[in-house]
Design a protein around this ligand. Sequence first.
Ligand code: DAH
Length: 340
Amino acid sequence: MQNRIEELKRSFVTSLGAAGSAESLEALRVEYLGKKGYVAELMKGLKDASDKKAAGQLINEFKTEVEDSIAKATEELRAAQIAAKIRGAKKYNPTLRAEAEFGSYHPITLATREVEEIFVSMGFTIENYFEIVDDYKCFEALNIPKHHPARDMQDTYYLDNGQLLKTHTSAAQNAIMKKYGAPLRAIFPGRCFRNESTDACHENTFFQMEGMMIDENISISNLIYFMKTMLSEVFKRDVKVRLRPGFFPFVEPGFELDINCEICGGEGCPSCKNSGWLELCPCGMIHPNVLREGGIDTEKYTGFAFGLGLTRLAMMKYGVKDIRDFNSGNLKALSQFKSI
Ligand code: DAH
């Protein structure tokens, strides 16, 4: 029995080394683990073995080894196929000739839809919200009273009637809490505005996607789980992220979730201000003041919120080096995305 197992082990290793496709791995699985496979044959021979217990153990070990090796090889093959797909994918190049005969979706629309789909599959609803809001929604309801220094970072465009162009999608949090109450799972993508000087990574008009999950016993681990799942789905592989403490008056504790810069691979470039990291998704546990202001019972419920930089995400996903390309209306740049 032992000799036969040793012999099978050797032939398995040789065959595994030669199996270069999902089909050949499946064939190998059937050959060894199938109903009429070698392991089944060994089990049949067990009744004639002198030490049945030891022989049974050997067979089991062999079976596990075959199962694990095939699972590992299948996973490696899948990873190699994805890597090859990424290497071969058509890359964005703003100097190519425009293909303007047919319309195409804007890259931000493509990225928005993709992220929406992922969150919908996790039970989130999608909400629409205004671009013009009042001071209360954009700041005060978010624990940012008048004259709070956090307002300095978010200068925007004011209308004569005192309303303003929203500086962040967080401006919808209060209205959505009041509309649905708890428990609640919602995402709300939207256009945001800031009075900023523009460069390769800053624009006065950009997109974010806010998300909120409010329920009993929501903790930071729920937040981290949702963020990681979403990012690995968007990039179709494990992405490098780091979590740092960050201050936002409407969350406590608050975090900055950074993603490894996909444009330079982390070496440093103008898109990531030479740091190798890009702030992609600030997030945190919703401050009790904000929950109360939205009419949520803070004795019973907690929740997390995040503000995903959709424009930044699209830059990373499609390798767009200059954020200004998105709003340029330049068909040379924009018409390429239908085929990416
Ligand atoms: N609204 C913030 C901004 O644009 C980003 C943000 C931070 C949103 C933390 C959140 C959050 O929901 O929890 O600067």
